[in-house]
Design a binder for this molecule. Structure first.
Ligand code: SF4
Length: 318
């Protein structure tokens, strides 16, 4: 039986999973929406991956998790590796593009930039506060314009004269978009303007002061939007590389880390009917009042975190 490795990237908007073999080839993958319920999302993810997984040839021997809910999901999946998104994306990307020097990443609700030299991360920045340059912003503007967000890029490419849209924040962008539509700008020009606004907002915020050098790889859900890809290419004067698995790079990276960890135990795909829940506690032993998150499986605490010192430690299996 050949060994396989599962990587899960769980964010606030989307949940991604890949299973790789010993040579980092993706042998199963799935992308779905988190729907504000990471535990249920990961159960759905594992169920979907199970359908595509070849149990006769492979067995999953190690798991890695990344993304904003990585600790919670790492506990549930008994992960060997729990890593931040910067490391996961850098490792996933360099496994395919060894000479990459800049990674643009725009997801559903946040964005990040990673600068590399010889495959090593030398600088990075994340933006989790402003939604103006993210996937959820583009989705809401697509709804407003009565266009499917998947069609956004193709429509944007028809534009000869993108409309200038002020995109410093969502409120400005929305009112400017309504105004430009009312004074008669064409829909394709407004959509191309929005794509350009997302790219320039990104470069002026998360990319501010960063040494952006080619090769540039663009990933995250928004990299599927060819209008934004073109806008990045126009603004940087460089070719922008988008991999066919650009939405899965974080999951791929953490699967590779799980493989390299050499920490192995057979993974059980049957988590669907196991009941997991989280409970919040507060430690009042000092004025820090730490909020402690407990993950419970069948009513027993299997992990807890959030305490800043040992006095607030919660006993496991209680
Ligand atoms: S866990 Fe430690 S630091 Fe946090 S409130 Fe309790 S005693 Fe204070």
């Amino acid at each position: 039986m050949k060994k396989a490795y599962l990587g899960v990237d769980i964010g606030s908007i989307s949940t991604k999973g890949v299973i790789i073999d010993e040579d980092n080839n993706i042998i199963a993958s799935k992308y779905l929406y988190t729907e504000a319920d990471p535990i249920n999302a990961v159960k759905r993810l594992i169920k979907a991956l199970k359908k595509d997984f070849d149990f006769k040839e492979y067995k999953v021997v190690s798991v890695g998790t990344t993304g904003s809910a990585r600790k919670l999901i790492g506990t549930i999946l008994k992960a060997s590796v729990v890593k931040n998104e910067i490391t996961a994306h850098a490792i996933g990307t360099t496994s395919i593009y060894k000479d990459v020097r800049t990674i643009f990443e725009i997801g559903g609700q946040d964005s990040k930039i990673i600068i590399l030299e010889n495959g090593i991360v030398t600088d990075y920045a994340m933006n989790t506060l402003c939604a103006a340059g993210t996937g959820s912003f583009l989705s809401s503007q697509a709804n407003r314009l009565g266009v499917k967000v998947e069609d956004f890029g193709a429509i944007a490419l028809k534009s000869k004269k993108p409309t200038n849209i002020a995109a410093r924040c969502t409120v400005f962008a929305e009112s400017d978009l309504v105004h430009k539509a009312q004074i008669g700008h064409k829909k394709e020009d407004i959509i191309a303007g929005l794509c350009k606004a997302v790219a320039s907002n990104y470069l002026n915020n998360v990319g501010k002061g960063k040494r952006i050098k080619a090769p540039i790889v663009f990933q995250g859900g928004v990299s599927k939007n060819i209008g934004v890809v073109k806008a990045f290419s126009d603004l940087t004067g460089e070719d922008i590389i988008v991999d066919k698995n650009s939405h899965l790079m974080g999951a791929l990276g953490v699967a590779i880390m799980a493989r390299k960890s050499k920490l192995e135990n057979d993974f059980d795909f049957d988590i669907e009917n196991v009941s997991y829940e989280t409970r919040g506690l507060e430690c009042h032993r000092c004025s820090n009042n730490c909020e402690i998150i407990c993950v419970c499986r069948d009513n027993k605490i299997i992990d807890a975190w959030g305490n800043r010192c040992e006095r607030g430690q919660v006993s496991i299996n209680s």
